[in-house]
Write a protein that binds this ligand. Sequence first.
Ligand code: 5GP
Length: 207
Amino acid sequence: MQKAKGVLVILSGPSGSGKDTVISELKKRNVDIRQSISATTRPPREGEKDGVDYYFIDVPTFEQKIREGYFLEYVRYGSNYYGTPREAVEKLVNDGISVLLKIEVEGAGNIRNVFPDVVSVFLIPPSLDVLAKRLRGRGTETEESFCSRFAIASHELCRASEYDYVVINDDLDDCVKEVCSILDAEKFRYSCMKPIVDEILKQTTTE
Ligand code: 5GP
């Protein structure tokens, strides 16, 4: 029996919307989805591991890979490059495994152009107050960097209209359940079910 294709899912949202918390909760609950590992030219932060959090590569290597068509999409974000390796994502999806991309809005737009069946989810905080509290709660911010991150994050909220789904991250458990219900429904899209439909149509019957 043919397998359905996996779903390619983008998860975006402003800084402070809780993307990492939601993703780690999906992992804890053994949700059937793999997170793609991006490549970046930014240096690793404390605790980050090469090949686990990102593939950390230098600018000439990244630019060489762009020329080779290695990336499904890439962006320059701040002073660094970030990109999604194409081969691993395509193989997983064709093997029936759903893949999650945690990428920013420009990259999400680029993926839609090359992968029209992608499902995009935008995570938002329940209010600007909560967003501000979460950004301050990180405790790593100077007042100046807090203000700039808050301004960027509130501006990014306007990009919600570009996404298929918007999920509010207020109560984490509800939010994770809502993301799971999107994943569950999207598995039954025709684009995922096509290999199975095609196989049934090829069959002959003795009835
Ligand atoms: P950070 O440096 O905080 O890990 O990531 C900065 C931003 O880049 C985040 O919004 C993250 O989701 C996004 N990002 C990470 N990997 C990729 C990627 O492969 N492509 C794009 N377009 N954005 C990415």
